[in-house]
Design a protein around this ligand. Structure first.
Ligand code: NAD
Length: 427
């Protein structure tokens, strides 16, 4: 792992660069797939599934027989674990419901704000290198609580053309019925434009690799909203000698095993602790089934020593990690002052894996520094805030003259007239 000691402020930008390709690298491919899906619909989806996933599909929609089969192939232990995670995620997201906000801004002028579900949503469930059935819980549960009417799910098939049974089991548990074995750029294209088989949606949610993330970003040019750019996973751990080196190494590896393009960073105020973590990583990585992926990610990763907590905080806020673990004697300092992070994990017994699966918080989070301006997925993401107003005769008399003056000053006579006519009628 790269070890860096007391990086100067001028070096930080380069130091904290993500190992991801830029939009430009992938944009050309995405535009080509989008254009073909607009023109040829399912035929283009099938063509690119064959090219990128190595499988030529006959039917991209998952049948009820495939769901029944999947239900029998998931062990009872795993089903119980999924149910426990379901219950916690549902509790946390149901609690995010907010009340209608009503205010009488002036006498006779009633304004209120209410939330309504987005009617049609698309969920992308990654499946390239690992079947992320946990992501279904993270997206379908809030979509259902919000009341979204149509939920479409796309996930890539493996080379034999099947989808992992735990994905189908979890989708069924969450009440999702429109499931398509389509992944990558072609899945995002299908949900953005609609095809003969895949319904068009209004908003697309879910993480994915760089192809998926860039496709989602470009889809926003075509009248579709997205949750956020949620690309290759990242973790930043801030730890000192009060932390457990083996725990910290296991946390760093848990994100490194996601993909070769994942990035993990440890910042510490103790050189000794940093060396201990490095040794732990070297011994733990050998035993991982996804060792090769984790090793590549570790090449992109860094151990950074800084003298004091103020400098550490500056670096954390500059980086804006997707996941931020803090295990120090000054946890409150970091928790109170962190400005940019997707999700924060505090103390020795709060592994990031807990948030990935079962504690209740959402694991679909902004990566690549987007934690500076985006929130992770939450209930509000599946809803729109709509405002309403009702003005009485007294109300229009109260605010009408101000509206007339402002409209006149902006040169918008018709706006002024809409008020003047009413005031005139009221005498
Ligand atoms: P994926 O489903 O995102 O991508 C697989 C698809 O990529 C394939 O179906 C294929 O169509 C497409 N693809 C592969 N190579 C291609 C190429 N050369 N050109 C065009 N398309 C190509 O699955 P994955 O690859 O396993 O990636 C999952 C990602 O999700 C990981 O990077 C992981 O870190 C990330 N993740 C992020 C979060 C988050 O909240 N940010 C959460 C979980 C996972």
């Amino acid at each position: 792992m790269n070890k860096i000691y007391n990086p100067a402020a001028s070096e930080r930008l380069e130091l904290l660069k993500r190992p991801t390709s830029t939009v430009n690298d992938i944009e050309e491919t995405v535009n080509k797939v989008f254009a073909e899906v607009i023109q040829d619909g399912d035929a283009a989806i099938e063509k690119y599934t064959e090219i990128f996933d190595g499988f030529k599909p006959e039917n991209i929609r998952i049948s009820s027989m495939e769901i029944d089969d999947a239900r029998n192939r998931v062990s009872q232990e795993l089903k119980d674990a999924i149910h426990l995670a379901y219950a916690n995620i549902e509790k946390f997201h149901a609690a995010q419901k907010t009340e209608k906000v009503t205010v009488e801004t002036a006498e006779g002028v009633q304004c209120w704000q209410e939330k309504r579900p987005i009617q049609k949503v698309g969920l992308y469930i990654p499946g390239g290198t690992a079947p992320l059935f946990s992501t279904i819980l993270m997206l379908a549960i809030p979509a259902t609580i919000a009341g979204c009417k149509e939920i479409v799910l796309c996930t890539p098939p493996n080379k034999e053309g099947s989808v992992h049974p735990a994905i189908l089991y979890t989708a069924h548990l969450c009440g999702v019925t429109k499931i398509f074995k389509v992944g990558g750029i072609q899945a995002i294209a299908g949900m953005t434009f609609g095809t003969q088989t895949i319904p068009k949606v209004y908003k697309i949610f879910g993480p994915g690799n760089q192809f998926v993330t860039v496709a989602k970003q470009l889809a926003t040019k075509h009248n579709v909203a997205i949750d956020m750019p949620a690309g290759p996973s990242e973790l930043l751990v801030m730890a000192d000698e009060s932390a457990n080196a083996a725990f910290v190494a296991s946390d760093l590896l848990s994100q490194a095993e996601h993909g070769a393009d994942s990035q993990v960073i440890l910042i510490s105020t103790s050189e000794k602790f940093m060396d201990e973590v490095e040794k732990e990583i070297e011994s733990q990585i050998k035993l991982l089934p996804r060792k090769e992926i984790a090793e590549k990610a570790i090449e992109n990763s860094k151990l950074i020593f800084v003298e004091d907590k103020e400098t550490a905080l500056e670096i954390i806020n500059e980086y804006g990690p997707e996941h931020f673990i803090v295990c120090t004697t000054s946890n409150n300092f970091y928790v109170d002052n962190v400005e940019n992070a997707g999700s924060v994990f505090i103390g020795n017994y709060t592994p990031e894996s807990a948030g990935d699966y079962a504690s209740g918080t959402n694991h679909t989070l902004p990566t690549n520094g987007y934690a500076k301006q985006y929130s992770g997925v939450n209930l509000d993401g599946f809803m729109k805030s709509m405002t309403f107003q009702k003005i009485s005769e007294e109300g229009i008399k109260n605010i009408g003259p101000a509206i007339e003056l402002m409209a006149e000053a902006e040169g918008l006579q018709a706006h002024k007239n809409a008020v003047s006519l009413r005031l005139k009628e009221l005498g």
